[in-house]
Ligand binder design. Sequence first.
Ligand code: ADP
Ligand code: MG
Length: 313
Amino acid sequence: MNEFDLIAAIRRQTSTLPDNGFEGIGDDCAILEWGDEALVFTTDALSEGVHFLRHTTTPEELGAKSLAVNLSDVAAMGIRPIAVLLTLSLPRTIDEPWVLAFMKGFTDLARTHNVALIGGDTTRSEGEIQISVTAIGRGPKRSLKRRSDARVGDVIFVSDALGGSAVGLRDLLAGNHHTLSAQQHRTPQPEVDAGEWLGSRPEVHAMMDLSDGLWSDVRHILKASHVGATVELENIPIAEQATLRDAVTGGEDYRLLLTADQQAAEVLSFDFMARFGRPLYPIGRIVEGERLCWLKKGKPTTIDWQGFAHFSH
Ligand code: ADP
Ligand code: MG
């Protein structure tokens, strides 16, 4: 059973619970609309041995990353994160200087994005380090971007080159801890400003962040929106030293994947470039049906690469 089957089973089993006004499981965040505004909620955990190794990352980097992955999920909704809760489960081998260094990384990134730490929990762990962060975002209801809002004809964009994190992971596993890619893997930069900016643009329809890899993440939008897509392999922006395979299947880039009205797509990219000094990359189109078709020189091609999924081995 993979991660997505497990989540689907949990969803089915809990489907008779009340929603109490929330749009719950299925998007990057749960949504609570309130008048013209909305609050969004998300939580993500990092486990030692699964998401990081103690000897290949510093506590500062880990503090920053545990926050970054959550801020990324809020940004993917089109609004800003405002506050977080932090739960630390720590084995006896972790000392106070480690915790203070972890909190420095966490606090520096929180300050950069004006995010408050409003609570959490601290417990002893008998095994590995476990970190869990819950993030809350707030913004205008009209800015919300759901995975389910892609429309036939939309242009599919990614907000930056992909695959850098996969290269970094490879470097780390090979013992090369000091490469730029390894640094990028350990300290992803969430697209907080770009997410909010794209949220303010009505021509942006669906949006999510790329955490598992394009290969599986595009399918989340297609499934939620009941549409299909064509993606041009040549148009996928590839990070330095990465391969096309890294860009398609590599996880943890934390860039944005979005769809936008085709008529406004050019103006959108132009304005994005003017605001952020980098392009939005058009990689494909939303089409009818629920299939994802990879194109090479305009012709359908089959690739059998797998995205990163927990519990898949
Ligand atoms: P992301 O990669 O954006 O963090 P995930 O793939 O982790 O999203 O989760 C997909 C969806 O399933 C999200 O809406 C998330 O809130 C929900 N989800 C994941 N695990 C659970 C769980 N144990 N209980 C309830 N909802 C869950
Ligand atoms: Mg996400």
